[in-house]
Design a protein around this ligand. Structure first.
Ligand code: APR
Ligand code: PHB
Length: 395
């Protein structure tokens, strides 16, 4: 058995854990990351890719924004497609200059992994039987095994950055936590293809056959999604079947311009809204997907995770440098205000754009009426735009 001490034990080497580790390191605070998967597995996960300005600012502050600034695609608008026509939402004009950056989460993760490795910081990959203990007292610890050896890490704080299926939230006594969940009656079938994107901006489509989204990772690599049944089987979908379905859900110009090819990745993701309250339990803090899940429609998942990490890193730095508990005492309340607003927007956008088979034809009629109103009303478009680019931290 081995035993060591650190200031902060971070569970999970996804974007939340890696960014937290990077921000703490830059403040001179020691943190060890314990991850159950391999580094290769983590670095190859395909996820969304629209970054709010607060996210890009945070990555630059963390010293990992150089490649994102070189390779990220800055977007000042996106389109809504319905009733066979596309309508542009002008983010820059409607929000007084705010923009988003299209840069894959996979790339963000790789940039954070590279920075951590270059700094010689400890990340334990392929850790098994990870458990956390005594986090409701003031001497928390983490236990895990690796290569047949049991390891114990004594620490001052534990950051639960281990995602929706992680051990940290599951370790909180049920009397101390309340969860809120909505599972949507459909999923997203996603395809990655090395072809130029159909449009230089994202297209979100509401069609009677279901939702579709045209996105990208670069000017030569595109990411497409079509709504599918919640229990859809991936092997039912050939590439040709996917391209045919996507074309049917787009406006004629986009359908004509679509450049197809062999998928380099194809997967189905379920959609859910989930929030756990509170997000702090003594010396344990939940951040990112460990505390909340949003449906991907509003591209809020990564941005919300990084919003938590921004608050948590500042609170921990304040504790270690000033011995002030103000930040950690307000962490949960501060995060949840933003979490619920992003959850509301993601739920609203998902409800607006998807086909709900059990709600009959009236649901789509109401959706189309709302979409017509939205694109015809500056007030409604502004509401859409200011949520899409991300609300300011003080609102
Ligand atoms: N022990 C150690 N590590 C664990 C454990 C465990 N018991 N359980 C899960 N993990 C790891 C996972 O392998 C994963 O690498 O924790 C990490 C959690 O990463 P994410 O699920 O990506 O969550 P987060 O870092 O909060 O990032 C949120 O990822 O899923 C997307 O849409 C989501 O964009 C959002 C972002
Ligand atoms: C993506 O590129 O994967 C993506 C973009 C925008 C979304 C969701 C996913 O709203």
């Amino acid at each position: 058995m081995s035993r060591k001490r650190t200031q902060v034990a971070i569970i999970g080497a996804g974007p939340s854990g890696l960014l937290l580790g990077q921000l703490l390191h830059r403040a001179g605070i020691d943190a060890v990351i314990i991850e159950r998967q391999s580094a290769r597995y983590v670095s190859e996960r395909i996820r969304a890719g629209v970054l709010e300005q607060t996210t890009t600012d945070l990555l630059i502050e963390a010293g990992v924004g150089d490649r994102m600034r070189r390779e990220g695609l800055v977007h000042d608008g996106f389109s809504l497609c319905f009733s066979g026509a596309r309508h542009r939402i002008d983010l820059r004009e409607l929000t007084g200059g705010k923009l988003v950056t299209v840069y894959g989460q996979t790339e963000v993760t790789r940039d954070l992994m590279a920075a951590r490795s270059a700094a010689g910081l400890e990340t334990v990959y392929e850790a098994q039987a990870v458990n956390i203990a005594d986090f409701e007292a003031d001497r928390p610890r983490v236990e895990y095994s690796k290569d047949g050896v049991t390891h114990i890490i004594d620490c001052d704080f534990i950051a639960g950055c281990d995602g929706y299926h992680g051990v940290c939230r599951a370790s909180v006594p049920s009397r101390s936590i309340t969860t809120f969940e909505r599972v949507y009656p459909f999923g997203w079938l996603g395809v990655l293809v090395d072809q130029p994107p159909v449009s230089h901006e994202l297209i979100y489509a509401n069609h009677e056959r279901g939702f579709a989204l045209c996105s990208m990772r670069s000017n030569t690599r595109s990411r497409y999604y079509v709504q599918c049944a919640a229990d859809e089987q991936i092997d039912k979908w050939t590439d040709d079947a996917f391209w045919d379905e996507l074309r049917m859900r787009l406006d004629p110009q986009a359908a004509e311009a679509l450049k197809t090819g062999a998928s380099i990745e194809k997967s189905i993701a379920p959609l859910r809204s989930f929030v756990a309250e509170p997000m702090r339990f003594g010396r344990l803090f939940l951040a990112g997907d460990a505390a909340h899940i949003v449906p991907p429609t509003g591209a809020k998942g990564l941005n919300l995770a990084f919003s938590d990490v921004r608050f948590l890193s500042r609170a921990l730095i304040e504790w270690f440098t000033e011995r002030s508990a103000a930040g950690i005492d307000h962490y949960s309340q501060t995060c949840l205000k933003r979490v619920w607003k992003a959850s509301r927007f993601s739920w609203w956008f998902t409800s607006l754009m998807h086909r709900f088979p059990d709600e009959g034809g009236i649901k789509q009629k109401l959706q189309l009426a709302e979409l017509e109103y939205l694109v015809g009303s500056r007030a409604a478009s502004t509401t859409m735009a200011e949520n899409y680019v991300g609300l300011p931290f003080d609102r």
